[in-house]
Design a protein around this ligand. Structure first.
Ligand code: BG6
Length: 477
């Protein structure tokens, strides 16, 4: 179903994110018939170029990052026809009148700030000065949304000086992932899970986001950030919220976000012994973090594992174990809900510990499986065995149901005016308020991250974090 007609301006329109994600994503939505007849995309950046040059750049970006076999020359040509380019000086006057002249009345105006946060204020101010933005316009901003609470508050204040909260779309691309949204569908669309979703039945929850990529090529950003700011404060926090929140009374942007905010606010401070920082070290599978980041003395973490608690009735005494790292043995993201042991068994001689585990695989191979206990086949009496009831979404739904990429979905949500999958300002601030003391503690103690080999499952201390509690991490595979 096509969305309403729009003019989408991408500031940073020649940048990496625009070329890799935003523009190929828009093209895929175009192929899917979702871009209305007269919708337009206007790239804006510092360098001078003509529309024709910009179209050529986008043609190459789509070829490189498009990832779709459906594209064919004529459709790509038709898509490129909708693209325009304006050379703009974000902090001066150049180009703004031309941009104002291009914008049409009566269509949705959306502005994607695909630029560093230091330019947000200048862009917001000029959009108003030149009468380009109005009360119905939308702006889209990317992470990193601040690097601590104070800077996030400052950014929020800068944007709030020009735009209402309902106009601001803060992207966390994890919220655009199909399986992440499925978390809500599974929890709130089935009768099976919600009655068990609490401390009476759940022993603990594990969230793992393991990556095989390193930081090579983006060391200058990453080395100042680290896994805590780059992954935990945003992506893992969002996963935690969706898995732990109370059922919202309706599926509506503010109702959902109110519930997520309550989770973040209920998170207990994390003590130093409940958290492990790691940094990858060279192995036969590749160079060290320090080589990749080109900083031989770096103490930045590329891995974090932690245990946290949510102080409310539902989750009393249920630990949440979070883990994320780069250059690990496999790319695998999973949320595992580990249910409690049976209190009593009627099967004589069966001493094994049987547990139901609901595993939600975010990527790759999106799907869910539920570990259940059944009788081992054969005549050997009542011997029990645990098997997964496996549901891979691609198999169950068929290949033509292939999910749009996170960015595609989120951009279309901006045009639809649906903020459910975007972070609200107070959510971001609450997440920083929880993260800040952890990072400040490391800085104050000059914490040195534990080394782990490239291609491993992280430092041994992370395994100990679980072992101490008589639990084990799920295998990364
Ligand atoms: C980004 C981080 O936000 O998410 C990257 O900055 C990380 O460091 C990426 O690699 C992971 O996203 P995905 O979609 O590949 O899991």
């Amino acid at each position: 179903i096509p969305v309403e007609c729009f003019d989408l301006v991408i500031f940073g329109g020649t940048g990496d994110l625009a070329r890799r994600k935003i523009l190929p994503g828009l093209f895929r939505r175009f192929l899917a018939g979702q871009m209305p007849e007269n919708a337009r995309v206007i790239g804006a950046a510092r360098s001078e170029m003509e529309d024709a040059d910009y179209r050529q750049m986008v043609r190459e970006a789509v070829a490189e990052f498009g990832g779709t076999e459906k594209e064919n020359g004529s459709q790509l040509d038709a898509f490129l026809e909708r693209l325009h380019y304006v050379a703009i000086d974000a902090t001066g006057d150049g180009g703004w009148d031309k941009l104002a002249g291009l914008m049409r009345d009566g269509v949705i105006r959306a502005f994607y700030f695909s630029v560093g946060p230091s330019l947000f204020g200048a862009l917001a101010e000029r959009l108003h000065q030149h009468g380009i933005a109005d009360a119905a316009s939308r702006i889209v901003v990317e992470k990193p949304f601040g690097h601590d609470l104070a800077s996030a508050q400052e950014l929020n204040a800068t944007l709030a000086a020009h735009f209402d909260e309902h106009q601001i779309y803060r992207i966390d691309h994890y919220l655009g992932k199909e399986t992440v949204q499925n978390l809500m569908a599974v929890r709130f669309g089935n009768v099976l899970f919600e009655p068990l979703w609490n401390s009476h039945y759940i022993d603990h929850i594990q969230i793992t986001v393991a990556e095989t990529v390193g930081v090579g090529g983006r060391g200058s950003y990453y080395d100042k950030s680290g896994a805590m700011r780059d992954m935990v404060q945003n992506h893992l926090m969002q996963l935690l919220c969706l898995i732990a929140m109370e059922p919202p009374s309706i599926y509506d942007a503010d109702t959902v976000r109110d519930e997520k905010l309550k989770v973040i606010r209920a998170l207990q401070p994390v003590e130093p012994h409940q958290i492990v920082r790691g940094q990858y070290d060279a192995s036969s599978e590749g160079p060290s973090y320090r080589e990749d980041a080109e900083n031989p003395r770096s103490f930045t973490e590329s891995f974090v594992a932690m245990k946290c608690h949510i102080a409310n009735w539902r989750w009393a005494k249920v630990p949440f174990y979070l883990r994320t790292g780069k250059r690990m043995k496999a790319r695998s993201s999973e949320i595992a809900v580990v249910f409690k042991d049976l209190g009593h068994t009627i099967f004589e001689g069966d001493t094994a510990r049987h547990r139901n585990i609901l595993s939600i695989r975010l990527q790759p191979n999106e799907g869910m499986d539920l570990q259940v206990t059944i009788k081992e086949p054969g005549p050997g009496g009542m011997r029990l065995v645990d098997v997964p009831l496996d549901m891979t979404f691609a198999d169950a739904l068929g290949a033509d149901q292939e999910a749009p990429d996170a960015y595609e979905r989120l951009i279309m949500d901006v045009i639809r005016g649906n903020q459910t999958l975007f972070m609200r300002g107070d959510e971001v601030e609450a997440a920083w308020a929880w993260t800040d003391p952890i990072i400040k503690g490391w800085e104050a103690r000059n914490d040195v991250p534990k080394l782990y080999e490239v291609g491993s499952a992280g430092p041994d201390d992370a395994l100990m974090l679980m072992h101490r509690d008589g639990r084990r991490w799920r295998e990364i595979k």
